[in-house]
Design a protein around this ligand. Structure first.
Ligand SMILES: Cc1cc2nc3c(=O)[nH]c(=O)nc-3n(C[C@H](O)[C@H](O)[C@H](O)COP(=O)(O)OP(=O)(O)OC[C@H]3O[C@@H](n4cnc5c(N)ncnc54)[C@H](O)[C@@H]3O)c2cc1C
Length: 395
């Protein structure tokens, strides 16, 4: 199938099956009930628009990055109720494809891509966020595999998840980056407790998750035993690329299209100050978009995005923080005064500090860009060569 043929198939499907953001006015990516999300994802997959670049034997469509780019562009106008699959399809799925065994790819990818199973990513801990290699959750060998104990936090969609990709310490006698392993954990095991965390928007997008003697079979290892740092970095790169090059410009409540519409509705478009601010929004958004398109095109040409995904993620997060100040400047007190038509903008403003934290904070992205893109000297790490069980923690 050529890219033009793909477009000719995708465009009418979206028109017939999905609602444009302009119509729903939601612009947050509708969550909806889980069974509705699953049913929609199943139809999307059956129609040939999920797992576009994945091999057909693993439930994908076997198409090229060019078709993926065409889909991203078309779908940017539509409000699809599939937010619950963002983590699983954006991070564990490509990691399983890259590092999983043949059996894991055949078992997990088809159900992940078709939305039959929801996945989460279990990295962060109360004492291991930015420095995720400080994790204390342990997996200890048993006769049949491993047993998992510990706590994770900020786990998006854990309350809906069937499986999780988790990192745990498997060898505490070696330096902290060396003794980690990534596993696939069954989130329905009775030893798993998920507790939702409520945030400022009133929703519970993430959770704290406790593991109490959860058995893991030997084939739950994703990647290599004690080499989970490699799997971790692989997955984090996929996360940053996904966030940084998502290209959902038209869906962004803080993006130009939405702000220009709101400004027009309020009769503010003859105000020169407002017009200048909108022009700034347009210019910054266009440069972000162009950067995302450049990275996607480079990746389609066979050049891995790698740590440049951190630059894109940082730029997107910085845009959100900056645009939050612009909307306060334009709409003033109306924003806080419960004006319903500004609700999506207000919700987006409240989410922006989270966006500059999720997937690694802006400071951490700057460190990565400095070290891995620009080749500057590494951040000093006094505990990098000490065996993990000899590091002194403050509590
Ligand atoms: C919306 C959202 C969704 C999330 N979803 C998930 C998820 O699904 N799964 C998951 O595992 N985690 C998830 N997280 C957690 C996220 O990855 C962590 O919050 C993040 O990595 C930061 O860790 P922390 O909160 O422990 O902050 P800390 O690491 O304690 O950082 C505190 C502050 O210190 C700064 N800092 C730390 N180290 C350095 C350094 N070396 N140089 C300069 N500054 C530094 C940080 O930038 C930050 O400002 C999510 C977070 C958010 C906000």
């Amino acid at each position: 199938m050529t890219t033009d043929e793909f477009r000719a198939k995708a465009d009418p499907w979206l028109k017939a099956n999905a609602k444009p953001f302009a119509e729903t006015g939601d612009q947050q990516g509708r969550e909806g009930p889980l069974d509705e999300s699953k049913a929609f994802m199943k139809r999307l997959h059956a129609a040939g628009f999920a797992g576009i670049t994945y091999p057909t034997e693993y439930g994908g469509q076997g198409l090229s990055p060019a078709e993926q780019a065409a889909w991203n562009e078309l779908v940017a106008d539509y409000d699809l109720p599939i937010g619950v699959f963002t983590i699983g399809q954006g991070m564990p799925a490509p990691t399983i494809l890259a590092l999983g065994t043949e059996e894991q790819k055949r078992r997990y990818l088809p159900k992940l891509l078709s939305g039959e199973e929801v996945w989460c990513q279990l990295f962060s801990e109360p004492d291991g966020g930015s420095d995720v290699a400080s994790l204390q959750t342990s997996a200890t060998r048993t006769e049949t595999g491993w047993v998992l104990n510990g706590q994770k936090v900020w786990t998006t969609v854990a309350q809906h998840a069937d499986y999780g990709a988790i990192i745990a310490r498997t060898d505490p006698t070696v330096p902290k980056h060396a003794g980690i392993t990534m596993f696939i954990v069954d989130m329905h095991d009775p030893g798993v407790t998920v507790r939702p965390l409520k945030v400022a928007t009133g929703t519970s997008p993430f959770n704290e998750v406790f593991f109490d003697g959860v058995p893991l079979p030997a084939d739950a290892v994703l990647g290599e035993v004690d080499n989970g740092w490699h799997a971790t970095v692989t997955m984090l790169n996929f996360e940053r690329i996904m966030i940084g090059t998502g290209g959902r410009r038209r869906a962004n409540p803080l993006g130009y299209d939405n702000l220009a519409k709101l400004v027009t509705e309020r009769g503010l478009n003859s105000d020169t100050h407002v017009r200048r601010r909108l022009a700034e929004v347009y210019a910054r958004e266009m440069s972000l978009d162009a950067f995302g398109q450049f990275l996607n095109a480079d990746s389609a040409a066979g050049n891995p995005i790698g740590a440049r995904g951190s630059a894109a993620k940082l730029a997107g997060a910085e845009y959100g923080l900056w645009a939050s100040t612009v909307v306060q400047d334009i709409f003033g007190l109306d924003l806080a005064a419960g004006d319903n038509s500004l609700n999506a903008v207000l919700m987006a403003v409240m989410s922006q500090s989270g966006m500059s934290t999720a997937g690694g904070t802006n400071e951490i992205q700057r460190n990565i860009v400095a070290e891995r893109v620009l080749g500057l000297p590494k951040d000093p790490g006094v505990d990098k060569s000490i065996p993990f069980n000899k590091i002194k923690f403050s509590r």
